[in-house]
Ligand binder design. Structure first.
Ligand SMILES: [Fe+2]
Length: 377
């Protein structure tokens, strides 16, 4: 462990020893006195053994790729290893200048909000005595780049005491790992968009219908008070609602005018085909997409398809996309039909409240800017 400051040099050996097993060794040395040992030779041998042990432990800490930092009750860094300086890109002098309550560099949460001193995992461990694991913290560098670290912390207790006197934190740089995950995530979303295009290609080769439905569905989700996570999931899953149309023949899908009974039965199968294409995935967004594909043609009064679900038996995602899909289909022309004026489409949605559509979703829909929805994409 590095020495912390020149002004703390006198106590730095004890401070540096206060990690892991060194704590016990430091305590043992404090408890041992010449009066109890009696023999100066024995004492010297004990000191030598202690020094050797300290040296060993310090060497081990310095070989770690993880940063190690010990903080006192005020959040000041009182000991650290070289990896801590490398990961934080700080000098020893800089590290010892700051504290959790007065960080040298801005610290942020994953959502970009500032990391306050009392939220620092080391400070939480000191306050509660409880270990903290896998806390992600962003360290904003002077050039604006954010380095992301994952921190574990534990409180340190003196022998026989129940109140911690310091916290030891270990941390690693997860910036590259996060970048890779972000790229994978973006690639997956891109794949989903292309998959949505596959379903719509024959009558909407631009993805615009699916994107408009998803946009309206996300607005409805928020209006209905669904949390941000669920709203975002609906936003990403909704474009896939008709992916099962890939299994429907052109003669039915693009037929101008009314479908025969048999043709309509065949058309209905796009829900279950979509469910099979998207189903049994471990990804939450695909699980949501499966739910939507299967239920966006169910009706509030129980006369929809494929399961004839009724009312709240229909997942909220399906009830929302049902309204968004119907409005968009009515307000846009397809090769086989004309577009309705917006006011007429809104009136039709309102008319079908309580029969085809969930009245709560329709009430939320009526508060939206409908003209803007038509021009979303
Ligand atoms: Fe559909």
């Amino acid at each position: 462990m590095s020495r912390t400051t020149s002004r703390h040099r006198r106590v730095s050996r004890v401070q540096a020893a206060r990690t892991g097993n060194d704590v016990a060794l430091a305590e043992r040395r404090a408890l041992a006195s010449p009066a109890t040992i009696g023999d100066l030779g024995e004492q010297r041998a004990g000191d030598d053994a202690l020094r050797a042990s300290e040296h060993l432990h310090r060497s081990i800490v310095e070989t770690l790729d993880e940063g190690i930092m010990v903080q006192d009750l005020d959040g000041r860094v009182i000991a650290f290893n070289k990896s801590a300086l490398r990961i934080l890109r700080l000098s020893a002098e800089q590290l010892e200048e700051g504290s959790s309550y007065r960080p040298l560099l801005p610290l942020i949460h994953e959502d970009g909000s500032p990391f306050h001193g009392h939220e620092h995992p080391g400070m939480i461990s000191l306050r509660t005595g409880e270990p903290q694991s896998g806390v992600i913290m962003g360290v904003v560098q002077p050039d604006g780049e954010t380095r992301w670290i994952s921190i574990n912390s534990r409180a340190l207790f003196r022998v026989g005491e129940s109140t911690p006197y310091a916290a030891v934190g270990s941390f690693s740089d997860v910036t590259a790992h996060r970048r890779t995950l972000a790229e994978l995530h973006a690639a997956r979303l891109e794949d989903l968009k292309r998959l949505a295009l596959v379903g719509e290609y024959r009558d909407d080769d631009t993805n615009r219908h699916t994107e408009r439905v998803a946009y309206t569905a996300a607005l409805l989700a928020r209006k209905l008070g669904l949390n941000d996570d669920t709203s975002l999931m609906i936003r990403r899953a909704a474009p896939l609602h008709d992916v099962g149309k890939i299994g429907i023949s052109d003669t039915i899908l693009l037929k101008p005018g009314k479908l025969t009974g048999d043709e309509f039965d065949a058309m209905k199968a796009h829900t279950s085909i979509g469910g099979r294409i998207l189903g049994e995935s471990d990804f939450r967004v695909l699980q949501m997409a499966t739910e939507i594909a299967l239920t966006h043609h169910e009706r509030w009064d129980g006369t929809g398809y494929p399961y004839r679900l009724r009312g709240e038996e229909i997942p909220i995602s399906g009830r929302i996309v049902s309204v968004a899909d119907a409005f968009d289909a009515m307000t846009h022309a397809r090769p086989y039909k004309q577009a309705f004026p917006v006011a007429r489409a809104v009136a039709e949605i309102e008319r079908c409240s309580g029969t085809q559509f969930d009245p709560g979703v329709v009430a939320a829909f009526l508060t939206l800017d409908h003209e803007a929805l038509v021009d979303t994409a």
